[in-house]
Design a protein around this ligand. Sequence first.
Ligand code: CS2
Length: 464
Amino acid sequence: MTELPRLNASLLAQLENVRVPTYPRAELQTGMVHIGLGAFHRAHQAIYTERVLNGGDLRWGTVGASLRTTNARDALATQDYLYTVCARDQDGFELQIPGGLVNILADADALIAAIADPQVRVVTLTITEKGYQDADRAGSAAGILALALTHRMESRAPLSILSCDNLTGNGRILGESVLALCAAPGLASWVKDHVAFPNSMVDRITPQTTAADRTWLNTVAGYTDASPVVCETFSQWVIEDDFRTDRPEWEAGGALLVKDVAPYERAKLRLLNLSHSLLAYLGLLKGYETIHEAVNDAELRGFVLQTLDGEVMPHLEAPAGMDVNAYIASILRRFGNDAVPYRTAQVASDGSHKLPQRLFPTLKAAWAAGEPAPRLELALCAWLQTLKGKAEDGSSITYDDPGAEPVRGLLRTLEDPEALVQAVARETTLWPAFPQDALLRIGKTLARLTNTGISAALTPLLTR
Ligand code: CS2
């Protein structure tokens, strides 16, 4: 067998059935910095930018930064920063190699210098929900941005900083964190006037790349790529039209520029991401490894639909003109895409940071309106139950959520579900002040889930 060539710039001209850059990469200028060079950025924002570059505006080459690991840099530097985006569904796949990435930085000082460069006008970020919690830590994204902005103030170079994470008001939250760190004289007021933090809503299901993905790509593409990304074909990006600089014309790639992102963000988090989390926690308890298996379980699917319909939609102000039922149907269809397997454990990870975005606002709205929310309360219990680490068939559940450590600590000593719920509320900072009557109900639901198992707990909540 002949050895497959490795992806790099010299290979591009020979590739068939792969979309490659149509512009001269050597002429790219660096106009953007991206912080957090994971699979999601590469499958999402980078593809919108690629459309702009293919359209001939070469001012938007991207310097990426990946500070937590050097994996991305190690893999991509030897491929001339090229990688394959494989968009797949049941009907087939499409391959594209975007060319907009021009360098990858792996240390904070180099990143600060890159953001300080006046030629850069836009910074984008995908740092996950967690990245916004430790905002005041030195070395956090907000800390790095605040330092870089000191230099930009000296060179009088405005900047637009665009958050692309799954948080309501992501740009506003980031802006507040950065401003709180702007201690240098005059910096805070300069930033208020010259730096924009638009909100944005991002959507494309992009699991972590697996070894199986890499092997599959090698066979279908005829070259090896150490760092491909596999994602669904669907993609959406809604951006608040509030920049202090010029920016790539992402509309050309299908992005929607709007005055107010909030309704889109809320709908996505409370419908799509909530359903994802429901399927992840309930699915893990039922022993499912992937979201597509979980969504094809009639009981779980019914539960998700009835939760959205009966307990989420009544408290949701959807974007004008949005057909919410069609949106929900499309979510479930997308989750069923087994060509892009998404692990329940990946969605479950960092629930301590995700649930406050996806679940708590609706729970609070329901409680405030005096309306019952038994399914949402059960969802919270399912999360607690997975932290005990055992599926119903006795197999172990493991996923990453350092933020949930205080709950794991309580679980080591507290057996009684009702006492556990009270202790989580009293002794940890994971939940905002939940009303006592709700805590009592949640305790009872957790007891039922523990004693009778998941199907028996779900059945009374499923109306026919
Ligand atoms: C998922 C999201 O892993 C998760 O928590 O719910 O990453 C989801 O796939 C994306 O938000 C889809 O755009």
